[in-house]
Design a protein. Structure first.
Length: 248
């Protein structure tokens, strides 16, 4: 179990989990949530493909669990339903691919859904400001290149939001922040290869005249990043965050 999930479990140790919503489910969050003593578990994804992947990886759902495919931009989806515990694991960044520019409204939806406690996990954006260290610079360039490939291939990149913005929007929609913690990130070779492999897998979707130069650039950046990661024992850049909030 990750440090982030351990931290959420510790924050919730004095509370019953009750009815749990995994508002942006994935293999990692659902695997963890299945270990909890929840009364029932609702996991929501925006893609049928993710449902198949989770069932392939985790097996069939237990009796108290349901996995739903839906779009939070649909006001009728789970309308009027509330949960004792809501987990939004990187949901705010990921929702850009399903409901562009819906992040602010998504936080309002989370307020409607939360009867007890919200745990929101996010990533401080690292492709916005000029980097200050060699490690930050190479992570910055990997992120920018990944987003370039997504845009050139007709897809939408994640749109992460800063911790300060999330806290402001939570307060504005009727939440009180109970706890906040940052988790500094040390990116490893797995991150480098996963991000750049994402680019390679989309190379056939970008304009043909750009493919040779983009392919060469991907591999040059991979070589540089892996060498730096090995030399520095990881690429320290930015942080993940967890916010615990309750309705006021």
């Amino acid at each position: 179990m990750s440090l982030i999930f351990d931290h959420i479990a510790e924050l919730n140790s004095a509370r019953p989990w009750g009815r749990v919503l995994d508002a942006g489910t994935g293999i990692n969050s659902l695997r963890w949530l299945r270990t909890l003593p929840a009364d029932d578990l609702t996991a929501v994804t925006g893609a049928d493909l993710m449902v198949r992947r989770m069932r392939d990886a985790l097996g069939p759902s237990p009796a108290h669990e349901r996995i739903l495919t839906g779009n939070w931009a649909d006001p009728a989806f789970l309308a009027g339903t509330t949960f004792d515990t809501v987990v939004a694991d990187y949901l705010i960044g990921a929702i850009e691919g399903f409901a562009p520019y819906f992040q602010e409204a998504m936080i309002a939806r989370l307020r409607q859904l939360t009867a007890g406690r919200l745990y929101l996990v996010g990533l401080e954006p690292y492709v916005v400001e000029k980097p200050k260290t060699p490690a930050e610079d190479v992570v910055f360039r990997i992120g920018r290149l990944r987003d370039t490939f997504l845009l050139l291939s007709g897809q939408k990149p994640y749109r992460e939001f800063p911790l300060a913005w999330i806290e402001e929007r939570l307060a504005a929609t009727g939440f009180a922040v109970v706890a906040t913690r940052r988790f500094p990130i040390r990116y490893r070779a797995r991150f480098v290869n996963a991000q750049l492999d994402m680019c390679v897998n989309r190379l056939h979707l970008v304009p043909e005249d750009l493919r040779p130069s983009l392919a060469a650039h991907v591999e040059a950046l991979r070589k540089e990043a892996l060498a730096l990661e090995a030399r520095l024992d990881g690429l320290r850049c930015g942080f993940d965050y967890v916010i615990a909030a309750e309705p006021r």
